[in-house]
Design a protein around this ligand. Sequence first.
Ligand SMILES: Nc1ncnc2c1ncn2[C@@H]1O[C@H](COP(=O)(O)OP(=O)(O)OP(=O)(O)O)[C@@H](O)[C@H]1O
Ligand SMILES: [Mg+2]
Length: 226
Amino acid sequence: MSDLLISAQDLRKQFRSGNEPVTVFDGLSLDLGRGESLALIGRSGSGKSTLLNVLCGLEWPDAGSLRILGESFEAQSRPLGRAETRWGELRRRRVGVVFQEANLMPALSLLDNVRLRSRLASRDEAPCRDWLERLGIGDLADRYPDQVSGGQRQRAALAMVFAMQPDLILADEPTGSLDRRTAEDVAEVLFNLQSRHGCGLILATHDTELADRCDRTLDLGHRQAR
Ligand SMILES: Nc1ncnc2c1ncn2[C@@H]1O[C@H](COP(=O)(O)OP(=O)(O)OP(=O)(O)O)[C@@H](O)[C@H]1O
Ligand SMILES: [Mg+2]
């Protein structure tokens, strides 16, 4: 069996601006192996979030094919409903997604948000509080998302992904709203988890220090892998 977690071929994604199609990327191919990390970098608007959304099935590519954790998707996958069910199953159990804006359930405490995520992935709930502790927000476990700062919500969103023990983590600016010191602490937890569990990691970031910690970098502004 292939050790590739992701194999993406010739992806194209366009949005419409009025009647005009605007191409975000075209002919984009990338592979990610087990235990490998890749940083997506590039100026604002270069397509980092769009690519992450395509890699987790929340945006549909206009062309190309994608093989992810053994599931194959084509731009023309039909019927769409069945492909969406397969994407939903991947995101529930195997692909942990951290969005640029942390998306927590507002009616649940931080701890209950983490527990819910863990339960949906059929994981043990016992370590959930521990994840919040390790991310430095254990004392906020019983607060609701609107009672904490943006950076604290972002860390809670990471705790949710860690608690599901995914095979693949897709993280959009995971340290974007954190000060340097906290960002380094959070990166430490993230890379520790990644090397311990051997999961794949793709993160989008403007932080060059964070990008340098990844095995590879893909600059969407210039589209050169190194
Ligand atoms: N739903 C949409 N409809 C139309 N255009 C969109 C949509 N989503 C994104 N875009 C456009 O696609 C391009 C890529 O956006 P994207 O959010 O992927 O950039 P990014 O690299 O993540 O930027 P940032 O660093 O600011 O987060 C931008 O020009 C953006 O305006
Ligand atoms: Mg973005």
